[in-house]
Design a protein around this ligand. Structure first.
Ligand SMILES: [Zn+2]
Length: 542
């Protein structure tokens, strides 16, 4: 709390603009968060900028003292940013970001990774456990392939930079690295093609909601060698390389890291020149912008205050729990994997799983469609398996680095409305083709309608293969349901416990972890319930 005044000084010195309507606050249970106070007569229009951070104030591997010690691709990666963060943090007051870094915890204590063993048991059968396993593998990979080689090869330089008072083994241990990853991964943003991932002061103070008020905006398309957002000397060179005239690999030599620290105030002065124009793309800033009109009810007080939220991306409950350590009941972006159950069914029937998997290990949907020539259900299913992709069409907005690079995500899933993803659909169809009759085009369209919003009268018209698909899905859902071994507790019953837990007092850390575990369980149970109800309705069971 007492760190906020120092942070405000840091903002002023770095020309970071924050709307006077915003208040940066701290509370023990909520951590740092942002409140908005508004006169109810003056709602905020969409695209109103609320904060503006010069890119030069962003902490990244290319702006930190370690800029020349890592290759370009490593600099832009999470591992590169974590190394930059570790070094800047150990520089203490000598780092230009010290008053920002002082506000950050030493690790994100509530992340699933740091729960006690018995606490992790609460979510053992949820997707969160699988996502955590994949995240641990990613972490080990980053540590072994980037951090360790870096510390070994750059020991002298790093030692000289941070000084002798930091114990080397302590600084370079896997535990230190894991703690740093938790802090960095929970608040980094994709800045642009040159910087890659970075820590953006102020932008990372907003909490997450799946119905966000603001979003993070930068111009991503800049020169990847120098960060210039207009024309630069590399344009001609890029053209030559594209034409194949220049084959000496010169990327490393050409990178001209921007100077962030003192003295380089040219960029800052530009900001005020054209800041009245939202559509302006030339700004060298990261902006927090109103995502949808914010208006307060006119009842009661003239001046109203509430917390405002950003979105960290379209993340499922499991992803939120692993990366940030919280969950949201009825999270709009949730999904539930049925992959384990589907694989077991394939095994039992002796159907090879990998026949449909291409060499890189990703599901190859083309291979799937070959068996079913001509049936184009993909288009109709795109809205079901949307998620990550849809965000990219968000005209260049950059969200928190979302899930796409993280493992542990299944393509075989149901969503918050109990609908099934294209890949799960594909697997179900193939399963039925292999075990039963062959499908007809009309059968697919029937089932599409069933899953999109089926009147129960459709049940009578289901053909044999369609029935097979729905019955198979019911088997998967029922096996997934049994996995929890909780005596079949319903989502509504979990809700009851959750609401009991939320007494008006502050929760202890353990209580708050338990509450988040219960929310993840309730979310998964509810998705299973909805999907099961759809199936039963279609089959005429209910
Ligand atoms: Zn350039």
């Amino acid at each position: 709390m007492e760190k906020i005044p120092d942070f405000i000084d840091f903002l002023l010195e770095n020309d970071i603009e924050v709307s006077p309507d915003l208040d940066i606050c701290y509370s023990p249970s909520r951590g740092y968060h942002v409140l908005l106070s508004l006169d109810v007569k003056n709602p905020l229009a969409r695209n109103t900028p609320l904060a503006r951070v010069p890119k030069s104030a962003v902490l990244s591997a290319s702006s930190s003292v370690l800029c020349n010690l890592l290759s370009d691709d490593k600099q832009r990666s999470l591992a590169g940013l974590v190394l930059a963060y570790l070094i800047e943090r150990n520089l203490g007051d000598r780092s230009p970001w010290s008053r920002y870094l002082d506000m950050l915890p030493s690790r994100e204590e509530s992340c699933l990774r740091f729960w006690d063993q018995d606490e992790q048991e609460w979510v053992r059968e949820t997707d969160a456990a699988d996502i955590l396993r994949a995240a641990e593998e990613d972490l080990a990979e980053m540590y072994d392939n980037t951090a360790t080689p870096f510390f070994e090869s750059q020991r002298a330089v790093v030692r000289a930079t941070i000084g002798e008072n930091v114990p080397w083994d302590n600084f370079t241990s896997k535990k230190t690295f894991a703690d740093a990853v938790s802090v960095v991964a929970a608040r980094c943003f994709e800045i642009d093609a040159f910087i890659g991932l970075g820590l953006c002061p102020v932008a990372d103070l907003f909490n997450h909601s799946d119905h966000e008020d603001v979003h993070f905006e930068t111009r991503f398309e800049v020169c990847e060698w120098c960060g210039n957002n207009d024309t630069c000397e590399h344009d001609a060179q890029a053209l030559r390389e594209a034409a194949g005239e220049n084959d000496n690999e010169s990327e490393g030599d050409d990178s001209a890291p921007p100077e962030i620290e003192d003295g380089n105030n040219d960029d800052f002065n530009d900001i005020n020149v054209d800041d009245d124009d939202d559509g302006d793309d030339d700004k060298d800033t990261c902006d927090i912008v109103v995502h949808r009109r914010i208006a307060f009810s006119r009842q009661g007080y003239i001046q109203r205050t509430r917390e405002i939220f950003n979105s960290y991306g379209p993340l499922s409950s499991g992803q939120l729990l692993v990366k940030y350590g919280f969950a949201i009941r009825r999270n709009a972006h949730d999904y539930l994997s049925l992959e384990r159950e589907m694989r077991a069914l394939y095994r039992e029937e002796g159907i090879p799983w990998h026949e449909l998997i291409d060499g890189s290990g990703h599901f190859n949907s083309d291979a799937g469609t070959k068996h079913l020539d001509g049936f184009r259900w993909q288009d109709e299913w795109e809205d079901v398996s949307e998620g990550e992709e849809s965000r990219e069409h968000d005209h260049g907005d950059n969200h928190h680095k979302a899930s796409s690079e993280e493992g542990g995500e299944s393509e075989l899933k149901i969503d918050i409305r109990g609908r099934i993803s294209f890949h799960l659909w594909d697997r179900l169809v193939l399963y039925c083709v292999r075990t039963g009759g062959s499908p007809s085009p009309s059968a697919y369209h029937e089932i599409l309608r069933v899953f999109n919003s089926a009147p129960s009268s459709l049940a009578n018209r289901l053909s044999g293969t369609s029935r097979c698909i729905i019955e198979t899905l019911l088997v998967l859902l029922s096996r997934r349901w049994d996995r929890y071994q909780d005596g079949g507790i319903l989502s509504a019953e979990y809700d009851y416990v959750i609401s009991e837990e939320v007494a008006s007092r502050e929760l202890t850390d353990r209580e708050s972890r338990k509450r988040n575990a219960l929310i993840v369980l309730a979310n998964e149970k509810e998705m299973l319930e909805l999907a099961k109800a759809r199936c039963e309705k279609a089959l005429g069971i209910v």
